[in-house]
Design a protein around this ligand. Structure first.
Ligand code: AKB
Length: 313
């Protein structure tokens, strides 16, 4: 069977780069991008695109039938900070989109699903450092509750119906191609834009708030690697811990100051501080390393060089 991929939520921060990477790997015509709105030029110009609402089961099924899709990457979601403002809309989008795709797989309309989870599945009672794969979770945010519930449903659909669903718990993702929207870790991207514009940066998290983070190239590689791995390697059907680096706002500012010495930062924590405080500081991803040979490549220093170079151009 020829691989035909559908990406739902293709115009977001991860979706844009994932679409381009999958098109490069499998061919432009094999990867159908879709979103509720149009995306950036390189994404729109490089292959098929459909306007698609992730909560509309029938519309997704129509696209799947039309293009003879067999793999779906569901990237549409409302992130942590926005979800605190619109709890019911977040629950509706994050859960119904997942059920739509899991049910299409259960009914054998598609054969493989990728669904992103997050470090937000953990909560204030979780061990903060080197958070293990299996531990206390108890998320205290709307987004975290939706991601933890989603993980349980993925595991259930795998066990009960044999649905081949694969997932990773993304940390905060740092990228330059597409801006994120509505996340608690977004400061780690805004800071580079401000530094290059010669502006002082006011961080919405406190100076010592350490969170797990990852450069987008690593995240895209993890996503494609887990999907391309043989099914018997995927032992965890809820979602895998994934780690690369952890840093505080003060540490990312210092790494920028090595390149832009007069860059300045100050701190005005807002409601996002409570979200960040409920999440781990660092993650143990031994299981992913063992099962499908995952290993991060980018450190904070390398990420800073990549971000400054690419945003400058
Ligand atoms: C967010 O901040 O909401 C996301 C995440 C950690 O899942 N980047």
């Amino acid at each position: 069977m020829q691989k035909m991929i559908l990406i739902i939520g293709a115009c977001g921060q991860i979706g844009t780069e994932l679409t381009l990477a999958l098109r490069e790997k499998f061919g432009n015509d094999r990867v159908v991008a879709s979103d509720i709105r149009e995306g950036n030029e390189s994404l729109m110009a490089s292959g098929p695109f459909e306007i698609l609402d992730a909560t509309n089961y029938q519309a997704i099924e129509n696209v799947i039938m039309h293009y003879e899709i067999n793999e779906v990457y569901l990237m549409a979601a409302m992130l942590s900070a926005t979800a605190e403002k619109f709890p019911m809309r977040a629950w509706d989008l994050n859960m119904n989109s997942l059920f739509n795709v899991l049910n299409l797989a259960k009914d054998k309309k598609i054969s493989k699903v990728f669904w992103p989870s997050s470090i937000a599945v953990f909560g204030p009672n979780t061990p903060k450092e080197d958070t293990p794969q299996h531990t206390i979770m108890e998320p205290s945010t709307v987004y975290g509750i939706s991601k933890q519930s989603g993980e349980r449903w993925c595991s259930y659909y795998f066990k009960k119906y044999g649905v081949d669903v694969r997932s990773v718990r993304y940390p905060g993702l740092i990228s330059w191609k597409t801006l994120p929207g509505g996340g608690t870790t977004d400061y780690a991207i805004d800071i580079y834009h401000n530094a290059l514009a010669g502006k002082k940066f006011t961080c919405f998290l406190g100076e010592q708030t350490k969170l797990p983070m990852m450069y987008m190239d690593d995240a895209i590689r993890a996503t494609i690697d887990i999907m391309e791995s043989d099914a018997e390697n995927i032992k965890e059907r809820s979602s895998y811990n994934l780690a690369a680096m952890s840093f505080t706002p003060a540490e990312i500012a210092q790494s920028i100051q090595k390149h832009i010495p007069d860059f300045e930062i100050d701190y005005e924590p807002d409601f996002r501080q409570a979200i960040a405080d409920s999440w781990p500081s660092s993650i143990d991803d031994t299981e992913a390393q063992k099962d499908w040979k995952w290993k991060a490549q980018f450190t904070l220093e390398q990420t800073t060089v990549e971000m400054l170079e690419n945003l400058k151009n």
